[in-house]
Design a binder for this molecule. Structure first.
Ligand code: ADP
Ligand code: GLC
Length: 494
């Protein structure tokens, strides 16, 4: 089974969120179960720099507004996975965020930048650029790579089956419909039953309409996106795909997220030897300027600061958390950046509560590890969450998750109730309504539990014993690929 993954991010070369972690880990897990996997990525500066031993596969000439485009094949340094890099300096030679200009608005030529990604992926799938390696399955991730599915659907000779994974339906890749012609696709696709979305061109719809199978990153989110409340206007399109849509839960890359081997933290620890975690906590409190107090429950956030993540709820619930009587007083550490209003509000909270609230408004991979290891609990109060990875990392680090019961959070954290506690099932705390009051109640519940060391320790150990592995996900993707190939062989093209 040859599988080509098309994506815009890959850890550790370029990352804005969980998508990069998935594209960084899933290929290796698929290789471990027998697949032959390659990636195709845009030649952003960090990707050009990070892919080793690049050889020219072919010159693609002047396309999508670029003066010259070259397709190269190299390998990721850390795991040797083969990567096709689309070297198009005019479109990709821009430092920083892959999607946004330094001021925070989208690059005005994103249609060409990501149209090219999909176009190259589709031509690789057709066997046109590299006759030595033609994939059986083209797996496109998020709107950035979605257009590949439309190109494949328009090319009857392509044997590869397409799979499209929605990592986040809220980011859709919408463009001016007048620019549709830049994609070189037949105009019959630019209709409401095709790529048109309320007078705009939607890249997301290319995946949702034309991929043979659609997955998203948790079973609950797969159901949610078929509803008006979570469908971002596309729930009708998703419902129409029926059983072609499924959810496969993300995993944890245990080479990167493992408290026993993590070189980025103050001390190693494991379920058998938890003492290192106390050292990690003291070191984190010290580093962040929090009161160094082993008895103070330390809550952490590691997150993009966007409305998705529900952190405005946390700001509103903060007085209730800080006033809750607990030995030493609860503490909050926030690592995140994004929405300027949220950044300002968190910075103000830190200024008002020195020693109790600490905020780092940056993207810092190493600090994320120290937060996972040093905190007692992680907060993920998301409005919606396709999967969520930080609660999975936290479970592994014995850092108890406090989550909203939604999407992948609902699939991965067993909230403490009388029943789940009695049955030794609870791995965290959860709340339903997206309100500060509901979050405050879950926070109070967790602070009370923290005050009962034996009970807290049990929850930590239960969390650490959970196994959200990429092996399990890879097995599910492999069986999906097999089904999709079989179905593709018998289906007509558009
Ligand atoms: P999303 O993809 O929606 O941002 P996930 O929970 O799936 O959410 O993945 C977020 C990833 O980004 C995790 O690996 C998390 O550790 C990381 N992350 C988020 N914000 C930061 C930050 N400010 N510094 C370092 N890592 C961060
Ligand atoms: C998205 C989602 C997040 C998910 C990640 C990886 O960014 O917001 O929930 O974990 O993709 O699939």
């Amino acid at each position: 089974m040859k599988v080509l993954h098309a994506a815009a991010e890959v850890f550790p070369l370029i990352k804005t969120g969980g998508l990069a972690d998935v594209v960084g880990a899933l290929p290796e897990a698929l290789i471990a179960v027998g697949a032959d996997v390659r990636l195709v990525l845009p030649g952003l500066p960090d990707i050009l720099k990070g892919v080793e031993g690049q050889q020219i596969v072919c010159e693609l000439g002047a396309i999508f507004g670029a003066g010259r485009v070259t397709l190269r094949l190299g390998r990721l340094a850390h795991n040797g996975i083969a990567v096709y890099v689309i070297d198009a300096p005019y479109l990709y030679q821009r430092p920083g965020n892959p999607y946004l200009m330094p001021g925070g608005s989208e690059w005005p030529d994103n249609l060409q930048r990501f149209g090219l990604l999909g176009w190259v992926a589709a031509h690789l799938a057709a066997g046109e650029f590299d006759p030595d390696w033609t994939p059986d399955v083209l797996h496109a991730h998020d709107w950035h790579a979605a257009m590949a599915c439309a190109y494949v659907a328009c090319h009857p000779a392509t044997r590869a089956a397409t799979v499209f994974t929605v990592h986040n339906l809220a980011y859709q890749g919408l463009f001016d419909e007048g620019d549709f012609h830049l994609l070189g696709l037949p105009s019959r696709l630019m209709v409401p039953v095709g790529l048109e979305f309320h007078g705009q061109l939607s890249f997301m719809k290319a995946g949702l309409k034309y991929a043979r199978r659609i997955t998203t990153v948790s079973p609950t989110y797969a159901q949610e996106i078929a509803t008006d409340a979570f469908g971002c206007g596309l729930d009708g399109v998703i419902r129409a795909r029926g059983t072609d849509v499924s959810g496969i839960l993300n995993g944890v890359d245990g080479d990167i997220w493992n408290p026993a081997t993590d070189l980025l933290t103050a001390a190693p620890y494991s379920a058998d030897r938890l003492d290192g975690k106390a050292l990690c906590k003291a070191a984190l409190q010290q580093e962040l300027g929090l009161n160094v107090d082993a008895g103070a429950p330390l809550f952490a956030v590691v997150s993009r600061l966007t409305s998705q993540k529900g952190l405005d709820l946390l700001l509103d619930a903060l007085p209730a958390l800080l006033d809750f009587p607990a030995a030493g007083g609860p503490q909050l550490a926030v690592l995140g950046n994004g929405d300027p209003a949220l950044e300002t509000a968190f910075a103000q909270a830190a200024a008002v509560h020195p020693g109790r609230v600490a905020v780092r408004l940056v993207y810092d991979e190493a600090l994320a590890h120290r937060m996972m290891a040093g905190a007692d609990a992680i907060l993920v109060p998301s409005r919606f969450e396709p999967c969520g990875l930080t609660q999975l990392y936290a479970l592994r680090y014995g850092t108890v998750p406090v989550v909203r019961q939604v999407g992948g959070l609902a699939d991965t954290v067993v909230g403490a109730t009388q029943a789940t506690m009695l049955n030794d099932q609870a791995t965290g705390f959860s709340f339903g309504p997206a309100t500060p009051a509901a979050l405050a109640q879950a926070l109070h519940q967790s602070v009370s539990a923290y005050g009962q060391p034996a009970l807290w320790r049990q929850m930590m150990l239960r969390g650490m014993a959970q196994n959200f592995s990429w092996e399990a996900a890879a097995a599910q993707y492999m069986s999906l690929y097999q089904d999709t190939r079989a179905a593709s062989a018998s289906q007509a093209r558009v």
